[in-house]
Ligand binder design. Structure first.
Ligand code: GUN
Length: 285
């Protein structure tokens, strides 16, 4: 079997077109969705990410501001900027790019963002809302993975067994909650799991989110399983690759996400969706 690709670029284009239409509709009420992105320091990967986020906002017709600060910015100064943006009616979403310089406490900064503007979905209130099924913002990467499953007709996962590899606060844990909310039976595996293959071989859906190459190989898959690869690594030739042995797994899976062009573009797309949602909620739409 050769698996069908789940094309994150194509799905992103479709979802971003829908967001742009919603933004245009809200503009007729005099409201433009606004996202503020804060970057502290000069981490090269972060610079690329924030540039892409701002560009995506512009393309969707949003208002966006990129605030760049020197790595020497104090925690107090950063908290003051977050507070000012919390109170700025033109801003509906606030994103503080991580990682922050060591002298700044990430957790404290994220918790300072108003939950009404937490479009990254990292605030404890957002994580709690997801846990209990209340209205909040879903973390963008796992939210994008759910949209990819939906795109192949897997919206209600009743009777399906999903295995998540990784338990990070940003992907693994919220992913498990979203799969559970869609009625899947969910197993969360991690560095302390004894026999990973024993679990993945039972899975109808495997989500790999570890940040290490070849965590999932063809022999670990049930034939026809759906594979979602959240990894972003470099192989020995310096080429971008995921956590999954793509060439092997594509011969066993029914559907698989490529890297690049899979989950990656979906993360920014769901940031736009969340910002749009924040603006609509603020407008009482
Ligand atoms: N750093 C890497 N990914 C992300 C993300 O999705 N949001 C933020 N704020 N920082 C990140």
């Amino acid at each position: 079997m050769t698996a069908q690709l789940i094309d994150g670029n194509a799905l992103s284009r479709q979802l971003r077109t829908e967001v742009a239409a919603r933004a245009a509709a809200l503009k007729t009420q005099g409201i433009t969705p606004g996202l503020a992105v804060i970057l502290v320091g000069d981490n090269p990967a972060s610079q690329v990410y924030v540039r892409n986020k701002v560009k995506a906002c512009e393309e969707a017709g949003f208002y966006s501001v990129l605030e760049k600060y020197d790595a020497s910015l104090s925690e107090t100064e950063l908290l003051a900027r977050v507070e000012a943006l919390n109170n700025d009616p033109a801003i509906h979403g606030i994103l503080v790019q991580l990682p922050l310089p060591q002298h700044i406490d990430d957790h404290k900064v994220i918790e300072a963002i108003s939950p009404l503007k937490d479009v990254d979905g990292f605030h404890v209130a957002s994580a709690g809302a997801l846990m209990v099924g209340e209205v909040g913002f879903k973390a963008c990467t796992p939210y994008g993975c759910m949209k990819m499953l939906e795109s192949i007709g897997m919206k209600d996962l009743r009777g399906k067994h999903a295995v998540v590899i990784g338990r990070s606060n940003i992907v693994g844990k919220p992913m498990a909650m979203m799969l559970l909310a869609a009625n899947a039976t969910v197993t969360v595996t991690h560095s302390g799991t004894a026999d990973l293959a024993h679990h993945t071989r039972q899975a109808d859906i495997v989500v790999a989110a570890v940040g290490k190459r070849n965590v999932l190989t063809a022999d670990m898959l049930k034939p026809g399983a759906v594979v979602i690869d959240v990894g972003m690594n470099r192989n020995d030739e310096g080429k971008l690759c995921g956590d999954v042995d793509f060439d092997g797994c594509k011969e066993v899976a029914s559907h698989i996400t490529p890297v690049p062009g899979g989950v990656g573009p979906m993360t920014i797309t769901m940031l736009l969706v969340n910002t749009m949602e924040a603006a609509e909620r603020a407008a009482g739409a």
